[in-house]
Design a protein around this ligand. Structure first.
Ligand SMILES: Cc1cc2nc3c(=O)[nH]c(=O)nc-3n(C[C@H](O)[C@H](O)[C@H](O)COP(=O)(O)OP(=O)(O)OC[C@H]3O[C@@H](n4cnc5c(N)ncnc54)[C@H](O)[C@@H]3O)c2cc1C
Ligand SMILES: *[C@@H]1O[C@H](CO)[C@@H](O)[C@H](O)[C@H]1NC(C)=O
Ligand SMILES: *[C@@H]1O[C@H](CO)[C@@H](O)[C@H](O)[C@H]1NC(C)=O
Ligand SMILES: *[C@@H]1O[C@H](CO)[C@@H](O)[C@H](O)[C@H]1NC(C)=O
Ligand SMILES: *[C@@H]1O[C@H](CO)[C@@H](O)[C@H](O)[C@H]1NC(C)=O
Length: 522
């Protein structure tokens, strides 16, 4: 296990990277960059020769693993401040045969928004970090948010306008709206209000033809696909109109750790059926690490009623009023998302887009539809026997409640009725190298878990991107349906086919592509 201090600094903030100076390789794609120079203000285009290139590239990278000398980097980075810049960049890319990767918050677990796994790929990055306004419509309880905003910026802007509304999305405030909404958006209010995408009312997209379309213009198929079908495949989503949701003036959180000696195995076993069936204003997620299970709860209500609910529904945890921490919803969003610690952190931490850390990480996911037996949980705890500088944990997040009421084909996110919880596996290690021991542990553990989780397909969450489960196969410059089927059905189940049909209609030549983008059904 990592030393506690390092571990703590990793857990308390969101991730980061160290600047590394890289040499400029030879310069392909000259006509494309020439076109960008003609069509866009020059200060918005960073070529590799620019002295700011490395800084701009690194500005939102969270995983030093994808910011090394060996990383396949873009030819140039475009930082639009207006929709017209995005349209012009797409048209330059089309005309000169250079693809653009889109980056909002840069949190992609495989770095696909800014790097390629293919050494010969020539591409540009469209970095939306400057397109990040949030405008709240108070009487309607709606807002338009641009993709380059972070979740923290969104939460802050919404609550400062009206502290009785909020938005259901993820727990790490530096995650980008663009990527998160594109893939679903799970978080501590999903049991009451669903995923982020369940609360999206409209959107603005620049398509592969360079058209700027809203919901009416794009039609219901494309509007369906961009809400959960994964980022990159269908165009550049510039902004989203969202339905804000009600929160009470005070929410209550707790964080209770149980070691093996304190009955962790029995309590986790029990949590699997209790967690997904609690009243929907209570979410308890569980972090299992080492020989401890940490129960992290956010309740949209008061301490008194939380204690009553816990006594009735989950007495095994032994929660009392001494465990309650009461605060506003916005204050709860500013807590460390892996510990719910650092009570009293100023809300302004939500506006901090950068983190500073040197941990590389790798993630995988699973869904559980049948409770895992107590005996199997004993085995699971025995896997936390890593040595050296690597460390890992699993985070279990309950579904149920609102999530059960949404049909599996209502959005591309298919993991709805019957899912008890999602497992996120995360392994991290110091520096940008030495991946082998950590990822080997993760591979073995994940292999062991296969017998206990959903099967046929073994479901996975597209926002917890994992290239191990498959990558596109390109034939005649187009990704193939069959090549995507293996990982596509794991992320989207029977929605995969409809996604490929939408892709064929809006981007048949496969301009918007990455290693796991949706192939066109031809
Ligand atoms: C620390 C951490 C915590 C996380 N916590 C949660 C969580 O609580 N809940 C959850 O659901 N997920 C969580 N995630 C996963 C996260 O939702 C995804 O990684 C998400 O894709 C990140 O969005 P981004 O804009 O930051 O990423 P980016 O790296 O910018 O983009 C991700 C993908 O989307 C594409 N994309 C980005 N913006 C656009 C756009 N505007 N239009 C079209 N395509 C676009 C990119 O090309 C790329 O393929 C977490 C990730 C990290 C690193
Ligand atoms: C990366 O490249 C720079 C410049 O060539 C070099 O000085 C540095 O040692 C390299 N780093 C690694 C980790 O190879
Ligand atoms: C909230 O937004 C509305 C616009 O919908 C604005 O008129 C109002 O002043 C804002 N209130 C605060 C407190 O920011
Ligand atoms: C933002 O967060 C990082 C990492 O936690 C920290 O180093 C930095 O000082 C913060 N910046 C501000 C302005 O608070
Ligand atoms: C760790 O535990 C797992 C499961 O019990 C076992 O298969 C593996 O060999 C152990 N690894 C080490 C390094 O002890």
């Amino acid at each position: 296990m990592a030393k506690p201090k390092r571990l703590l600094s990793f857990l308390l903030s969101c991730f980061s990277w160290y600047l590394i100076s890289l040499p400029s390789p030879p310069y392909p794609g000259e006509e494309f960059t020439q076109c960008l120079r003609e069509k866009l203000p020059s200060e918005l285009v960073y070529e590799q020769s620019s002295s700011s290139f490395t800084d701009v590239l690194g500005s939102s990278i969270k995983n030093p693993r994808f910011f090394t000398n060996a990383t396949v980097r873009p030819l140039c980075i475009v930082t639009p401040t207006d929709a017209r810049h995005v349209q012009a960049a797409v048209l330059c890319g089309r005309r000169h045969g250079v693809r653009l990767r889109v980056r909002s918050g840069g949190h992609d677990y495989e770095g696909l928004s800014y790097r390629s796994s293919r050494p010969d790929e020539v591409f540009g990055v469209l970095d939306l970090a400057s397109l990040r306004s949030v405008s709240v419509n108070h009487p309607e309880s709606t807002a338009w948010v641009e993709s380059g905003a972070t979740l923290g910026e969104l939460y802050y802007a919404v609550a400062k306008n009206n502290s009785r509304v909020a938005f259901p999305a993820g727990e790490c405030p530096t995650v980008g709206v663009g990527g998160q909404f594109s893939g679903g958006g799970i978080g501590m209010m999903m049991r009451k209000y669903g995923l982020s995408i369940d609360n999206v009312l409209d959107a603005k997209v620049v398509t592969a033809n360079g058209d700027l379309l809203d919901r009416d213009g794009m039609g219901e198929d494309l509007f369906w696909a961009i809400r959960g079908g994964g980022g990159e495949s269908f165009g550049v989503v510039l902004s989203w109109k969202i339905q804000l949701v009600q929160v009470p003036p005070t929410v209550t959180v707790f964080s209770i750790g149980k070691t093996l000696d304190q009955g962790a195995i029995d309590i986790v076993t029990r949590w699997q059926v209790v967690g997904p069936s609690l009243p929907d204003d209570l979410a308890i997620r569980v972090k299992v690490q080492g020989q401890e299970a940490l129960f992290l709860a956010v309740y949209l209500g008061t301490c008194r009623s939380l204690v009553a609910t816990m006594g009735r529904r989950f007495p095994e945890l032994g929660m009392t009023s001494a465990d309650c921490r009461s605060m506003t919803w916005l204050e709860s969003a500013a807590l460390s998302f892996t510990t719910l610690a650092n009570i009293g952190t100023p809300e302004e931490v939500l506006l901090n887009r950068t983190g500073s850390m040197s941990f590389s990480f790798k993630v995988k996911s699973d869904y559980v539809r049948r409770p895992i037996s107590k005996a199997a949980w004993k085995d699971i705890f025995s896997w936390f026997n890593m040595s050296g500088s690597a460390s890992g944990y699993i985070m279990l997040e309950p579904h149920g409640g609102f999530m059960d009421s949404v049909p599996a084909d209502a959005t591309p996110y298919p993991h709805r009725n019957g899912v008890l919880y999602i497992i996120q596996y995360l392994v991290f290690w110091e520096g940008d190298g030495g991946t082998a021991p950590a990822t080997a542990w993760l591979d073995d553990f994940y292999g062991f878990m296969g017998q206990h989780v959903s099967m046929n397909p073994r479901e996975a969450y597209v926002n917890f991107r994992d290239l191990d489960i498959g990558q596109n196969v390109v034939v005649d410059d187009v990704d193939t349906f069959d090549g995507g089927e293996v990982w596509g059905e794991r992320y989207f189940m029977s929605n995969y086919r409809r996604l490929t049909a939408v892709k064929a209609a809006v981007d048949p030549t496969d301009y918007f592509r990455n290693e796991q983008s949706i192939p066109p059904l031809l």
